[in-house]
Design a protein around this ligand. Structure first.
Ligand code: PLP
Length: 284
């Protein structure tokens, strides 16, 4: 695999970062994951806007302009012959010299890394037909979940707990309400109405979420942005989640309770189709 590191395209084994990089010692880094379908980048502008926002929230400047970022994405797709897959992008605050909580001096170069992950069959994921099962887990992450940082230990622990319990993923709860999934935004459907938590610092502002809600509104579907509980989700007609890599994914069981028929519902199926169709049209 050929990867991108600070201006160079290198074989992955030759791409090396300092042990003093703050991404490594402090989790002082932000990231994005973007899908590739039919060799094109989905939601490029949405991910770039959120990257810039995450960087600014942490006092870093976006080191490149849109054309440069897009060219790197396209070049990696070409070099690695990616038809369907993901592009991972990470920007860290760079080499801080000695380990220190204080940021390194202004002008210290950021570390920019991008790599591809081939995922043949990404759009045709068989899990979208069967749906997935989740458990709920207390949300013990920090208070700025709107910033997409690489502090992913707690979500990793939650994912492992889910696997341990024989299910696929976990939904986080706080003060009795669902915040989001380990790596996705969460939704329920009741009497045809789509319910999802409103944006705040408590959740990541999903790029897939923003587009899906726009497409759903354009299709005259009803949407309510408010928190919901696990009990409400268990009593809903349908549930699903969204992310750049899963698109729209039906959830058929929560904490051992089957939803409705126990099979993916029509609203999630329609939204998945709608999302894939519209986002492919807007791909770069
Ligand atoms: N919430 C969390 C915690 C995530 O990690 C992600 C994506 O990785 C999402 C939501 C979904 O965001 P997006 O649709 O931009 O991928």
């Amino acid at each position: 695999r050929t990867v991108y590191l600070n201006g160079d395209y290198l074989p992955e084994a030759e791409a090396k970062v300092s042990i003093f990089d703050r991404g490594f010692v402090m989790a002082d880094a932000v990231y994005e994951v973007t899908s590739v379908l039919g060799r094109q980048i989905l939601e490029f502008d949405g991910h770039l806007a959120r990257l810039t926002r995450s960087l600014e929230a942490l006092g870093m400047k976006n080191p490149m302009d849109r054309a440069e970022w897009l060219a790197i994405h396209h070049k990696l797709v070409e070099l690695n012959d990616i038809d369907e897959g993901l592009i991972y992008l990470q920007v860290s605050r760079g080499n801080g010299g000695d380990r220190d909580f204080a940021y390194p001096p202004e002008g210290t170069p950021l570390t920019v890394v991008l790599f591809t992950q081939a995922k043949p069959g990404l759009a045709d994921n068989p899990q979208a037909k069967t749906g997935i099962r989740v458990i709920s887990i207390p949300d013990l992450r920090w208070g700025r979940r709107d910033i997409k940082t690489v502090q992913l230990l707690y979500p990793s622990m939650a994912k492992m707990e889910a696997k341990h319990q024989g299910v696929d993923d976990a939904w986080f709860t706080e003060d009795g309400f669902v915040t989001e999934g380990t790596s996705n935004n969460t939704y329920i459907v009741k009497d045809g109405k789509i319910v999802t938590r409103q944006l705040s610092n408590d959740i990541l502002h999903g790029i897939t979420r923003a587009s899906l809600l726009r497409y759903a509104a354009e299709a005259q579907m009803q949407i309510e942005e408010r928190p919901f509980t696990i009990a409400e989700a268990q009593a809903a007609d349908e549930a699903f989640f969204t992310s750049a890599s899963a698109f729209v994914m039906p959830v058929v069981e929560i904490d051992g309770v089957k939803l409705g028929s126990g099979k993916p519902g029509p609203v999630a199926a329609r939204l998945r189709e709608l999302y894939l169709e519209e986002s492919r049209k807007a791909a770069q």
